[in-house]
Design a protein around this ligand. Sequence first.
Ligand code: IPD
Ligand code: CA
Ligand code: CA
Length: 264
Amino acid sequence: MDLWKEMDTYVRQWIREAGDRIIESFESPLVIETKSDRNDLVTNIDKETEQFLIRKIRTTFPEHRILGEEGFGEEIKDAGGVIWILDPIDGTVNFVHQKRNFMISIGVYEDGIGKLGYIYDVVHQELYSARAGKGAYFNGIPLPKLKENRLEDTILALNPTYVVSNRKMAPSKLAELVRDVRATRSYGSAALEMAYVAAGRLDAYMTMQLSPWDFAAGKILIEEVGGIVTDIYGKPLNILENSSVFASKPQLHETILRRYAPES
Ligand code: IPD
Ligand code: CA
Ligand code: CA
């Protein structure tokens, strides 16, 4: 069997199993710790989920490398070979405070090129998946190619704190963009927001700072439905580097960059 197809069959199984374990964990008290600051949370369930996925991957594909947000994978400095990029819970603040709107995100890259992408909405049991060149799916149903829309009809996902302050783009420019679109949304999970762009529920998503595990899967999903994923200057993303991210339908991407983009 083709390697990617074989991996695809495994990941679908593992991600749903990992999701079921998270749901079961709702019954037990959470151990919550902070990382870089008091709002950067991690729980025992983030760690257990990453360890669970890594055990599965290492047993089945021992020659592959793994980059995981919680550090149970390897330190990876080059993009050679097959690399799994895991975010065991994307939207940990939502997980802790709301017990919803958090995702498991898994991206698989070969020599820096996206091959497989999975974003699993644990509470809704909704799986967004993509295989490079084979399209993107929502619970197994093909997602259609994205249809363009005008800027004034756009629903843009954006973290409102960036309109107040950020180091990458003039808050006044962002405020203009927010004023010119139809509406903004902020769900608190980059993976969810990227899955929603792929599914056509959001027209664009812009954020000033993400890590590879936040965007690895979403990038593949969005590209499979004809969308564009770059940084906020329009430059390609490096799958091993932190970056701003701007994901959108192609024409809208160009329009927004032309009118509002910062000079790099
Ligand atoms: C966070 C979420 C959030 C984004 C942050 C990420 P985490 O991931 O994706 O939406 O704005 O930059 O760190 O910490 O919940 O996995
Ligand atoms: Ca994340
Ligand atoms: Ca996370």
